[in-house]
Design a protein around this ligand. Structure first.
Ligand code: IVH
Length: 699
């Protein structure tokens, strides 16, 4: 920018060229800053660009059309997408990959429902659209809100953008329910994708890797007028909150959506057996190349909504639906190197660095090699040509070497026995119970290993944990390297220390007044945090999002959880209490107990709790009479299977235990109940019949 001409001396043509160029640069920097959290220039440079842009527009007001950046106040971080909490979570689907597994899916559904193999069971099959899911909220027939899926619980407000999609009605036709959240997929056709990329190229802008990325990039625009120029489409296939359900079946609901004026996929078919599902899967697969949009499989859904409700969910996916994915796409490329990454638990993971290659429309340059034994078993060597495979969103994997292309002199790969980051010994633990060696080699450096510490910090700030805007993986690595953040608690003292420091954050490369202030504000906003996120953030082994949520629900407050977990030595009542938490077993309970038994972890927690307040969790299903109670089912159940009864009780917020103890609140006994019933009587525990249970649970 040093040789800028004074604006008065610019010819209109020169001014126009510079004005356009500036608009492109600003848009690119906005994108890097707001959408990729990776600022490319300092705030000062950015401000200078905008300043010049505005000055040119002031001198040549005719340039300033409706698309002018001066008309878009959309650049401030506060203008980033607002968050929308989904009233009904937007969950994902389990995957299956073979015809055989279709039979297993149907059998599983039948088993859960206690249906005989010959009892009728209708299941729909429809294409799995490769776009991004979106929830459209209609109130009294008017489109009032649209949200992306986000993490399934909280999405981004894209209402203004969705309103620009022609195919999505702003008003529903006919007799739609008062409140209806329609869910479906936003996608871009192949032809529109190709045309968009041509336009991007002509304008010297980045091209999109595939139609899905293009659809996502187009929908998640801060400036809805850009979305309006991108041809997006929509298929409705599911729903969230609904004041009433206009049909009793999946097919009926989709028909209703169609009658309201929403686009639905024409390839949906009702099937009555695994064979019919498989036949329709292959029929769709055969048409795949001819369809104008990308699909990556076929989704099967139990048709009856009543049965869907009985089947419910496991963790984040429904029991009543599954995605049958198309086979993965394969390619052959050069394995340039094998890099060992060290995870937050010290696990050494081999990653293949590949000669970049396009597989199914996506450029792949890294792939997983799984573990030490896999590399040895397949004899994968650096310099080999290797077959790689990519299926949907799954991380690409190296299948094996192409032996007849092996270069002379390639030597077998030797997996390191020391940590590549801290140099500590890396060992494979022996399971004391089974005597077998763990497949994973782990660095024994613990807290002296910077890789482990950094990975833990990255986990702490990750999207489903503290999710601190402006503090992503890159910044954590930088702040750690500079000694600014060494523990989680340090994040919350950053501002205070910065104020006293000589090297202020705002003066650092890539920062400025605004971004430093935004970061501090984002940190401040997390001083109170949902209990499940807090527990997840701790990075306890085996405690992922689902188990963190379970712990939060079971204990309600962090103090309650910590008190029990800190006393949960093997054999103690507290350990039993942990094991008893819905969905936990001995392995999870042991991992939690081990975490809290570690004095360092207790110190870290003490320090962290000086700054952060985990918010108590609202009890789920508060209206349920069995919320928080421990129930034991015994004897034969006649109206539902044991699995269904358990799932139903858990949905209502109860815990289900296998044996009767002092802690049992309720025993549901069917015919033939024996010792458990006697024990309940001895302990004076309330006992009811299956019929009473059905009434109590409102089924
Ligand atoms: S049903 C409760 N139907 O696949 C399950 N999902 O892998 C509701 N998807 O997040 C989803 N086509 O974005 C359903 N015909 C279809 C779909 C579909 C694409 C996506 C959706 C979902 C993801 C799960």
């Amino acid at each position: 920018m040093a040789t800028l001409k004074p604006i008065e001396s610019l010819t209109p043509a020169q001014a126009k060229r510079e004005y356009r160029r500036l608009a492109e640069m600003i848009a690119a920097y906005d994108k890097a800053y707001y959408q990729e959290d990776a600022p490319k220039v300092s705030d000062a440079e950015y401000d200078a660009l905008r300043h010049r842009y505005e000055a040119i527009e002031a001198a040549f007001p005719e340039f300033g059309g409706p698309d002018s950046l001066t008309k878009q106040v959309g650049a401030a971080p506060s203008e980033k997408f607002a968050k929308i909490v989904h009233r009904v979570p937007m969950l994902s689907l389990g995957n299956i990959f073979s015809d055989e597994e279709v039979g297993e899916f149907v059998a599983r559904v039948r088993r859960f429902l206690g249906l005989a193999t010959d009892a009728p069971l209708a299941i729909s099959a429809e294409p799995k659209i490769d776009g991004l899911s979106c929830s459209l909220r209609y109130e009294n027939g008017h489109l009032v809100q649209a949200a992306t899926r986000g993490d399934g619980y909280t999405g981004e407000d894209v209402t203004a953008n969705v309103r620009t999609i022609q195919e999505i009605p702003h008003r529903l036709r006919g007799d739609a329910p008062e409140i209806l959240e329609v869910r479906g997929e936003v996608y871009m056709t192949h032809a529109d994708f190709a045309a968009l990329n041509e336009r991007q190229m002509a304008a010297d802008k980045a091209v999109f890797a595939n139609p899905r990325n293009a659809a996502a990039g187009s929908l998640r625009q801060l400036d809805a007028s850009i979305t309006a120029t991108r041809p997006l489409h929509f298929f409705a296939y599911a729903w969230g909150e609904a004041s009433r359900e206009p049909a009793e079946t999946q097919m009926g609901m989709v028909e209703a959506f169609k009658s309201y004026g929403l686009p639905v996929n024409p390839l949906m078919k009702l099937c009555h057996s695994a064979e019919e599902l498989i036949a329709h899967y292959h029929a769709i697969e055969a048409q795949r190349a001819l369809l104008p949009y990308d699909i990556d499989g076929v989704v099967y859904k139990v048709d009856s909504i009543a049965l869907q409700k009985r089947l419910g969910f496991v963790s984040r996916a429904p029991r009543w639906a599954t995605a049958h994915k198309f086979p993965a796409e394969k390619a052959i490329t050069l394995l340039r190197d094998i890099e060992i990454q060290v995870g937050r638990t010290g696990a050494l993971t081999p990653v293949a660095r590949l000669e970049p290659i396009t597989v199914g429309g996506v450029v792949v340059s890294n792939a997983t090699l799984h573990n030490e034994d896999e590399i040895a078993r397949k004899d994968i060597r650096i310099g080999d040509m290797v077959t790689i495979q990519r299926a949907g969103d799954v991380i690409p994997q190296v299948l094996g070497p192409v032996l007849d292309k092996r270069p002379a002199g390639a030597t077998p790969y030797v997996f390191p026995h020391t940590c590549p980051v801290c140099g500590s010994a890396a060992i494979r633990e022996i399971d004391p119970k089974t005597g077998t060696e763990d497949v994973v080699r782990r660095c024994t450096g613990g807290l002296v290993c910077p890789a482990q510490v950094i990975e833990r910090l990255k986990h702490f700030v990750s999207r489903n944990a503290f999710d601190i805007e402006g503090l992503g993986e890159k910044q954590i690595a930088q702040f750690y390297a500079d000694g600014l953040i060494k523990t989680a608690a340090d994040i919350f003292t950053l501002q205070e220390r910065d104020a006293k420091s000589l090297k202020r954050l705002k003066d650092r490369e890539g920062y400025g007044e605004t971004s430093a202030r935004n970061l501090f504000e984002a940190i401040e906003a997390r001083r109170r945090i949902a209990l499940n996120r807090f527990i997840f953030a701790l990075g306890i082994r085996h405690v992922g999002e689902t188990n963190a949520r379970r712990a939060a629900r079971a204990f309600g407050t962090f103090e309650a959880f910590r008190t029990i977990a800190s006393k949960a030595a093997e054999g103690s009542d507290e350990r039993a209490e942990l094991t008893n938490v819905e969905g936990f077993g001995p392995v999870v309970a042991e991992a939690i107990a081990d975490f809290f038994a570690e004095p360092h972890n207790q110190q870290v927690l003490d320090a962290l709790l000086q700054h952060v307040t985990p918010e108590p969790m609202e009890a789920i299903a508060t209206a349920s009479p069995v919320a928080g109670k421990t129930i034991v089912f015994t004897g034969a159940l006649e109206h539902m299977t044991r699995d269904e009864a358990k799932a139903q009780a858990e949905r209502l917020g109860a815990k289900v235990a296998g044996s009767v103890s002092k802690k049992t609140d309720l025993v549901v006994a069917g015919p033939g109940a024996g010792s458990k019933l006697t024990k309940a009587a001895e302990l004076g525990i309330e006992t009811i019949s299956e019929e009473d249970w059905l009434k109590l649970s409102g089924s």
